[in-house]
Design a protein around this ligand. Structure first.
Ligand SMILES: Cc1ncc(COP(=O)(O)O)c(C=O)c1O
Length: 454
């Protein structure tokens, strides 16, 4: 399958011209931003060409930019905004807490009450520590796993993202070779090994050496393309970790509270030794993160232990009353409204089914992936089963993906990234959003028929 590169580039240029017409104020802000932010961006992942829209307001499933364009959002604050932007259900609680103090730096009952609630709903968790981000959660757990097992090496999945944690910032993006950044001594790669997701044989080969402290794994690959685990894969990983004395760490920064209240552990009925959390745990308020597990493991973060036998944990804003209040209100709301999980998971299944039926209708290879409300849309020759196939099976040279993002953007649908369509729904998305998303995808496919040499 081939595409006419000139044709797709010219289609993209016409879309970009429309985008520029709609967003002059964003352009002028980006010009300022380039002077103060490297890349011109607060976080490089937020790149949208030729410049991003500057968002001034979010409500429900919509965001508005400074030029007055209103978009349906499928990025939802990196997936943190499960109840939508500025959710009425918890807004008063947040406002009240700000008035009482967003941060004390002392122990407080709000964090305690939230921890007690989380222990009840997270499978296999007896103790918990709050952190300020998903990155921090994985950072502390990396140490904890090493201290607990007295082993140094860890395994992660190729294409797996655990934040920019030294040892785990490894084989994240295609073609999955080495550390993703300078500044890490290359010898440190002796302490990390990566294996393909959904491949138990590859995992066992490495585990067999019995020198692995922990296997870090996103139960559903998020940034790696919204790829779900094959049947019994997670169960198999659990068994292998038990067999070879390694801890199993589920990075549930995306899937936590999203697939089910108890996250992927509950959804798949597989227990991890430690779970790392972020995003939704903070109720949409910054400083969101935690890690949890059985007391027997978690006790190694206690400061009173001898230096070599403790995994130190810290954080000025950890367990702050604002984030834990917002998190508590969010999780308590979800507990009372468990039907929302059926709603959002059905919506996710619906969008995937519709994308797949567009393939049959248009005869253009487009495939959906993902689980529940974590959804991938791929222009690949078949449905990708792992991170590698997400890129290697592409027929549009990355140009189709970029055009799709821009086409959606000029039609008031927004998501990140422009290289990979992975969508994160909130409970505020509805059938009509899904319908609109599908109709626009149909239009896009019609339009790109011209650029495909069948
Ligand atoms: C699975 C996963 N782990 C960890 C992280 C890092 O979380 P944070 O950006 O809060 O540091 C992310 C962020 O996207 C993630 O998706």
């Amino acid at each position: 399958m081939e595409i006419d590169v000139n044709e797709i580039k010219s289609f993209y240029s016409s879309l970009e011209a429309t985008y520029r017409e709609k967003t002059p104020r964003s352009l002028s802000l980006f010009k300022r931003a380039k002077k103060v932010f490297p890349d011109g961006l607060t976080y490089s992942i937020r790149k949208l060409s030729p410049y991003p829209p500057y968002i001034i307001k979010g409500k429900g499933a919509k965001v508005s930019d400074i030029d007055g364009n209103v978009y349906t959002d499928y990025w939802m604050g990196h997936g943190a905004l499960f109840l939508g932007h500025a959710p009425d259900e918890i807004l008063n609680v947040i406002k009240e807490q700000i008035e009482n103090g967003a941060h004390f730096g002392y122990e407080n009952e709000i964090a305690l009450r939230y921890a007690e609630l989380l222990i009840k709903i997270l499978p296999n968790a007896e103790a918990i520590k709050f952190t300020n981000s998903g990155t921090e959660s994985n950072y502390f757990v990396l140490r904890l796993a090493r201290v607990y097992t007295k082993k140094l090496k860890v395994i992660k999945m190729k294409g797996g993202w655990h934040g920019a944690v030294e040892q785990l910032h490894y084989n994240v993006s295609y073609p999955y070779e080495g550390f993703e950044t300078g500044g890490i001594p290359s010898e440190l790669d002796m302490y990390v090994e990566s294996v393909p997701f959904n491949d138990l044989n590859a995992l066992e080969k490495v585990l067999k050496k019995r020198n692995i402290a922990a296997v870090f794994l996103e139960p559903v690959l998020g940034g790696g393309g919204a790829i779900g685990p094959e049947k019994d894969y997670l169960k198999g990983v659990r068994e292998l970790c038990d067999q070879y004395d390694s801890l199993l760490v589920f990075d549930e920064v995306i899937t936590g509270f999203r697939l089910a209240l108890g996250g992927a552990q509950e959804y798949y009925g597989v227990k991890a030794d430690i779970v790392t959390l972020g995003k939704i745990i903070g109720g949409g308020v910054p400083g969101a993160g935690a890690f949890a597990g059985p007391y027997d493991i978690m006790k190694y973060v206690e400061k009173e232990r001898p230096k070599g036998e403790r995994a130190y944990h810290s954080g000025t804003f950890s367990g702050n009353p604002l984030t834990t209040m917002a998190g508590y209100a969010t999780i308590a709301y979800l507990m009372k409204n468990r039907g929302l999980y059926d709603h959002i998971n059905l919506l996710g299944e619906g969008i995937k089914r519709k994308i797949d039926s567009l393939r049959e209708e248009s005869e253009i290879p487009i495939y959906s992936t993902g689980v529940g409300s974590v959804i991938g849309v791929h222009f690949t020759t078949s449905r990708p089963k792992n991170h590698r196939e997400v890129y290697e099976l592409r027929w549009g040279k990355g140009l189709i993906e970029k055009a799709y993002n821009m086409f959606m953007r000029v039609n008031n649908i927004i998501y990140i990234s422009e290289d990979l369509a992975h969508l994160l729904l909130s409970v505020k998305h509805g059938e009509e959003d899904i319908e609109r998303f599908t109709n626009l995808t149909r239009e896009f496919l019609e339009r790109i028929k011209k650029v495909i040499k069948m």
